[in-house]
Design a protein around this ligand. Structure first.
Ligand code: NAD
Length: 534
């Protein structure tokens, strides 16, 4: 067994490429998780009063700590996940450093109090504004596939919004989770503002049940459902970033060379273990053969091996459980009549590298796929690229939307207006035109799925808004007169309220002005009553 070893009180983290144990961490109990949440609540009372400038200084110095240990962190991520060091740098560390500087510099402006135009109410001396209050304790439960950038990016955004944070890293990547805690500690963050609780699903569930003020979850649909059920008990809100079965649509006027390169990267980077990996490629009939040939040629040129070798492009998968799903799906494709053009098995030449199992699965290109085949509907999360052919735009859109998932998609075409038209018809949270997969790396843009790919958003202004609660402050600048709609009612009140419905509620200043005599009569009535009572 080359994957994580869970014991009652500790977890041994294992390098999936070599099978070597690389560290031991505690398997936190429910009580330990609960105690962390309680400490976090106390820390929040001070943290929420810090200024944006203070928060920015901490986040920016956390960046400096990362920059000071770039290679060490990249190597740790590579060893715990199996991904190439190059990918840890390009797809995790660089994007999260960019997100950190963006949110540190931009949060104050994005969370500045906002005035609301009140229309006719402002003539009555009323004004309204929204101020953004932090939530409190934010519990982050990430997956193992981007164990550094996803929880760290969410933590940086939560901190800038004035929240405290608890991260429960995946049991497959606990050392990377602890590294995030160490980075904030070195950056001088006050105690308990960011805490890491290591453990498996039980620790995650304990965190949800401890009722933090928000859960930011990244993982499978099955776990997302359990989290929602646990969160319902105390009505804890949750953002869910779930699975994908992302479609790439290539029209016959696309740049085929570029589309082939893009497909190979988006299907096989991180051994296909990205939520937004291309898992279904739909190509227009006229260019299907040419695109497929190019994809196969480029796939066969990829070097597979241990991720710390700088020439390696595809490394080991994360776990036996994950590689077993890939084997099942490739088998199902074969049985359903699809053709395995390259790959389709574990890489026997690398089997000896691992002291435990054999987690290298060859990048696999499959032709003759169609949506009726089971693995075209279930998430594979592995290095497979099934290709299906379509005739026209209508068919391409229908095929792409025929899925329970809707995280991202891409449209490849030389005609930008077609690109835009098709993009808007695809049911997915992000659709790229002549681009693929990488926008999670642009922290400024929102991230999240349609359908079963998720609920809510991370990243971007939309993601920041998930980490605050808008508070409406309403002021009466003329606090002298009783409101006409206050008690007690009378026949003149009834007549005025009739006008409220027919004139004031029309939004027209002219029509509203016609009700002024009635308004004055009613106000005099209320003032008389006030005097009479004295
Ligand atoms: P998973 O659902 O098995 O685990 C995710 C996390 O949840 C882990 O930390 C795990 O310990 C924890 N967990 C497990 N059971 C729990 C419970 N009952 N209560 C609380 N926490 C619990 O997922 P995984 O295998 O780690 O990740 C793979 C999945 O993540 C894929 O489906 C992938 O598409 C998805 N993912 C989505 C995004 C996105 O942005 N949408 C990004 C990365 C990964």
């Amino acid at each position: 067994m080359t994957t994580v070893k869970m014991q009652e009180d500790h977890i041994i983290s294992v390098d999936p490429a070599t099978g070597d144990a690389i560290g031991t961490v505690p398997n936190c109990s429910d009580d330990e998780v609960l105690a962390a949440v309680e400490r976090s609540r106390v820390a929040f009372l001070k943290w929420k009063r810090t200024s944006f400038a203070e928060r920015k200084a901490f986040v920016m110095s956390a960046r400096e700590v990362i920059l000071g240990d770039l290679d060490g962190i990249a190597s740790l991520i590579s060893r715990e996940t199996g991904k190439p060091v190059a990918e840890a740098l390009a797809m995790e560390i660089a994007p999260v450093l960019d997100l950190m500087q963006w949110i540190a510099r931009g949060a104050e402006k994005m969370l500045r109090p906002q005035r609301i135009g009140l229309g006719l109410y402002s003539l009555m001396g009323r004004s309204s504004m929204i101020v953004y209050q932090p939530l409190g304790v934010v519990g982050i439960i990430p997956a193992w596939n981007y164990p550094f950038s996803i929880p760290l990016g969410e933590a940086a955004m939560a901190l800038m919004a004035g929240n405290t944070v608890i991260i429960k890293p995946s049991e497959l990547t606990p050392l990377t989770g602890l590294k995030i805690g160490e980075i904030f500690e070195k950056a001088g963050l006050p105690p308990d503002v960011v805490q890491i609780v290591t453990g498996g699903g039980l620790a995650g569930s304990a965190l949800v049940k401890a009722a933090p003020d928000k859960i930011m979850f990244t993982g499978s649909v099955a776990t997302g459902k359990k989290i929602l059920a646990d969160a319902a008990e105390k009505m804890t809100p949750a953002v869910l970033e779930l699975g994908g079965k992302d479609a790439m649509i290539v029209f016959d006027n696309a740049n085929i060379e570029l589309a082939a390169e893009a497909a190979v990267w988006a299907a096989f980077a991180n051994s296909g273990q990205s939520c937004c990996s291309v898992e279904r490629l739909y190509v227009q009939k006229g260019v299907a053969e040419k695109l497929t040939e190019k994809i196969i040629e480029k796939t066969e040129a990829l070097k597979q091996g241990v991720g710390t070798d700088p020439d390696v492009s595809v490394s080991a998968m994360s776990s036996e459980k994950q590689i077993a799903i890939v084997e099942d799906h490739v088998d199902a494709f074969r049985k359903a009549g699809a053709k395995i053009m390259t790959g389709g098995q574990r890489n026997g030449s690398l089997a000896g590298l691992s002291s435990g199992g054999d987690l290298f699965y060859e990048p696999t290109v499959i032709t003759g796929a169609n949506n009726k085949m089971r693995p075209m509907q279930e998430e594979t999360f592995g290095p497979t690229l099934p290709i299906a052919v379509f005739d026209n735009e209508e068919e391409a859109v229908a095929m792409a939307n025929d899925s329970e998932f809707g995280l991202t998609a891409s449209v490849w075409t030389g005609d930008r207006s077609r690109g835009r038209r098709v993009a808007e018809r695809i049911e997915a949270g992000t659709v790229c035109i002549n681009e693929v997969m990488y926008t999670h790396g642009i922290g400024r843009t929102p991230w999240g799925g349609f359908k079963n790919s998720g609920r809510g958003r991370t990243h971007g202004k939309e993601g920041l808004m998930e980490l605050v609660q808008p508070q409406h402050i309403h002021t009466n600048r003329l606090p002298f007169l009783p409101n006409a709609w206050w008690l007690p009612y009378s026949s003149s009140a009834g007549s005025l309220f009739h006008d409220l419905a027919t004139k004031f509620a029309s939004g027209s200043l002219l029509r509203t002005s016609l009700m002024l005599p009635k308004l004055m009569r009613r106000t005099r009535e209320l003032l008389k009553l006030r005097k009479g009572k004295k």
